[in-house]
Design a protein around this ligand. Structure first.
Ligand code: PLP
Length: 219
């Protein structure tokens, strides 16, 4: 699918849900894609991208940022505390805040650097052992803890289990966000972004539908 097709499907989904045009941000997930494909999307004028590894982001985005203005880079994958500084220097948003140790590290670095990316707290809505994120039952407490550290918490993020109906997970995430007064909802990928928009997504993370299948396996 082309970038244009995706943006028009997003616009249609916004209209169907009576959401204002442009209220959903498209994060083009460029992880493990060849640079030519990423370059082509930049040349079409798109500026918001997602990466799931700090090291990979650091290896390709500084050069793209020299070539293109106003790149808006989002880290959407797990973040180790020893990579937090690099992530904060490189990214405009981090969608994977999921534990107190990371929150405290981000708060300390925010003081030191004098700025902090927009933060999303990842919720493990499917309570999957192998997946990152706070459990739904722990979400309110963790959100409060991040706020007490003065972190700029903008919203919540989830990745539904592959074999379950995603709408149940989107609805749960929206409910937790609403009761905590959070506006941002990072949810919806190539296969389910229209459903996510219907349930209030403000950020959709779309990779393969824009760039084609990922060429390298995810390690
Ligand atoms: C890879 C990835 C995506 C994009 O997945 P697609 O199915 O290719 O759209 C979205 N979110 C996260 C966290 C990812 O790691």
């Amino acid at each position: 699918m082309s970038l244009q097709e995706i943006t028009s499907r997003i616009a249609n989904a916004e209209a169907r849900s009576d959401r204002p045009a442009g209220s959903v941000k498209l994060i083009a997930v460029s992880k493990v894609q060849p640079n030519e494909r990423v370059q082509a999307v930049l040349e079409q004028g798109h500026r918001c991208f997602g990466e799931n590894r700090v090291q990979e982001a650091a290896s390709k985005w500084p050069a793209f940022k020299e070539q293109f203005d106003a790149v808006d880079l989002h880290l959407i994958g797990p973040l180790q505390t020893n990579k937090a500084r690099q992530a904060m220097e490189l990214c405009n948003a981090i969608h994977s805040v999921d534990r107190p140790k990371l929150a405290k590290t981000l708060a300390r670095l925010a003081q030191e650097l004098g700025h902090c990316p927009d933060l999303f707290i990842q919720v493990n809505t499917g309570e999957e052992a192998q997946k990152a994120g706070v459990l739904p039952a722990d979400a309110d407490g963790f959100i409060a803890e991040c706020r007490s550290l003065d972190l700029p918490v903008r919203g919540l993020m989830c990745i539904p289990p592959v074999d379950e109906e995603p709408t149940l997970h989107f609805a749960l995430l929206a409910k937790i966000a609403a009761r905590n007064g959070l506006e941002g909802l990072s949810m919806g990928m190539s296969g389910d972004f229209e459903q996510a928009i219907a349930l209030g997504a403000t950020h959709v993370r779309i990779g393969s539908a824009i760039f084609g299948e990922r060429v390298k396996p995810l390690g």
